[in-house]
Design a protein around this ligand. Sequence first.
Ligand code: SF4
Ligand code: SF4
Length: 309
Amino acid sequence: MKQLVVLSGKGGTGKTSVAAAFAHLAHVDGRGHRAVIADADVDAANLGLLLSPRVRERELFKGGSVAFIDPQSCTACGECAQACRFDAILPPSVSPPSGRSSGLYQVDPIACDGCAACVYRCPTNAITMQEQVAGEWYRSETSFGPLFHATLKPGQENSGKLVTLVKQRARLLAMDEGYDLVLVDGPPGIGCPVISAVSGASLALIVAEPTRSGVHDMSRVLKTVDHFGVRAMVCVNKADIYPEGAEAIVAFCRERNLVMAGRLPFDAVVTEAMVRGEPVTTYRPDARIAAALRMLWQHVVAALWEQAS
Ligand code: SF4
Ligand code: SF4
C-alpha cells in the first residue's frame, strides 16, 4: 500500500484542489488503484467541501488535559500558582468569568498548558488533570471512496496528534479492505501537523506557486520532507500568471535533482468548481486545467508504482 501526501509551503497554493482532483482520478484510474482519502489539514479542513462527504461514523477527539482544582480539598495555600509557569492559576481575587472574588484558586483552562506541575506541588492533592474534548474525527463516504477527516475546536492544540489519528484510521481501513493508496491532503507550512502528515509517506507532492516567496516557501517544506527521507516531486500551480516565478521554481528543482511533475495553468474554472463543491476534473473535464491535472496524476502514479524504489 502506498501513501501519497500533497503538501505546500503555505496556504492558498491550490493544494486541496489538486488533492480533490486526485481523489477523483484515482477512483476512475482504470488500473485497479483504489484510494482511501484523508484530510490531514485538520486546522482548516476543507477537502470535504469538494467531495461532499456523507458522515458514517464520528468520534470525539480528546486532545490534552487541563488542571482542575477541587474546591473541597483546596486550602488556598497558593503553592500551585507559584509552580505554574503559564500563569494559569488565578488567585482568589481574579476569579473568572465574573471578575468577583470566589475565595478560591481557579485554573484558567485557556492558559493551562497541561504540564501537571501544580498537581505535584499541591500538598492536599486537590488538583487533578482532566481530559478535554478538542474536536471530532469522521469516517465518511464520498463518490470517490472513503474519506477520513476531522474538525478541531477553536484554540485547541494537538493538531499533530489528530492528523496521526486521521491517517491511522485511513491506513487501517485501506489495509482491511484492500485499498492500495492512502491519499493525504496535508496541512500547509512546516509545523507539527505537517510532520505527522509526512511520516510514513511513500511520496510527497509539493504544490508550489510562482510568487516572489514561492521558492522559499517550497524549500522550507522540502527540508521537512527530506528530514523524514520521503521522496518528493514538485508541481507549479498557476504557472502562467508569473512565468519568471515559475522558472525560478523549475531552476531550483533542476539544481537539486528534484522531479518537476507538472505545471498547472491558471484557470478560473477551478474557482467555479469550488463554488459548486466538486473537483475541477468532474466539473469541467474538458478544461485545460483538468487535462493538466490528469497528466500530473499520470506522473504521480508512475512515481508511486512503476518507478518505485
Ligand atoms: S496548591 Fe492545592 S491547596 Fe494550595 S491553593 Fe493550590 S490547589 Fe489549593
Ligand atoms: S497543569 Fe501546568 S499549566 Fe496547567 S495550571 Fe497546572 S502548572 Fe499551570
